[in-house]
Write a protein that binds this ligand. Sequence first.
Ligand code: HEC
Ligand code: HEC
Length: 235
Amino acid sequence: MAFMFSAGFAVAGVAIAAAPVDVPDTMAERVKACVVCHGPEDRMGRDAYYPRIAGKPEGYIFNQLRNFRDGRRYYRPMTLLLANVSDRYLLEMAAYFSALEQPYPPPERTALSSNESKLAQKLINQGDPSRKIPACVECHGKALMGTAPFIPGLLGLPRVYLIAQFGAWRSGGLLRGQTPDCMSEIAKELTTDETNAIAAWLAAQSVPEKTGAAANLPVEMARRCESLFHRNDAP
Ligand code: HEC
Ligand code: HEC
């Protein structure tokens, strides 16, 4: 029967073999600890907003796990859970969650004036050259479903989660982006009104079915994000 187990358990087999002695538990147990918070849907937890992670690009998930472990992104329960976990093990967890297919939530109903909607779409599709802000689609893909392997999609994310991420980058503090990277630089250029409009507009879009992440990042954009990709070379 073993061959009938899901890909997740096949990954677990690899993880057990590869896990260093200082990680006593199995992949299946560790993933159980994750899905307490990261279920099929985003949800408001007791202390924080728990984002979905299923289906996000593998390299992106891996980067975030390293960020939490190494203190570049801060949420205490995750930092504790990931302390001393090896890169190889994080990569296997990233592969596991990235391959999970779970349906996206329906679009949110958001109250957006037509001016706010125009503002959001202009920044998303054209950026603002006068402030050196590239269009979001340049990196996040024409369909806004991300670009493999490091850039996450922007659809199917709740408004409150999006607003929280921009707030974290803007404050540049403990929550996210302690080290400057292409995304934190862009977030710092945007005003609160702009990010509120963008978050509301994005959350109101439905997620296109069967549209995966884009494959190629334009050279110029890849150069902007270089620090981030280097820091996160695969083990
Ligand atoms: C107690 C609840 C909790 C547990 C347990 C937990 N997480 Fe999280 N996780 C969160 C919260 C809250 C955030 C968002 C924090 C933020 O916005 O900075 C998050 C963020 C993430 C992200 C980044 C998502 C994104 O889109 O940027 C990843 C990846 C992730 N968690 C993976 C895991 C994995 C793998 C485990 C198990 C080892 C785990 N988490 C355990 C609550 C939890
Ligand atoms: C130069 C490339 C680039 C451009 C342009 C860009 N982004 Fe990003 N964005 C990234 C990268 C890289 C990440 C992943 C950051 C990380 O690994 O922490 C990211 C992450 C994000 C996230 C976090 C998603 C999640 O699941 O947590 C949001 C939200 C976001 N970007 C919004 C935007 C918006 C809105 C714009 C346009 C105003 C934009 N980005 C333009 C590169 C870019």
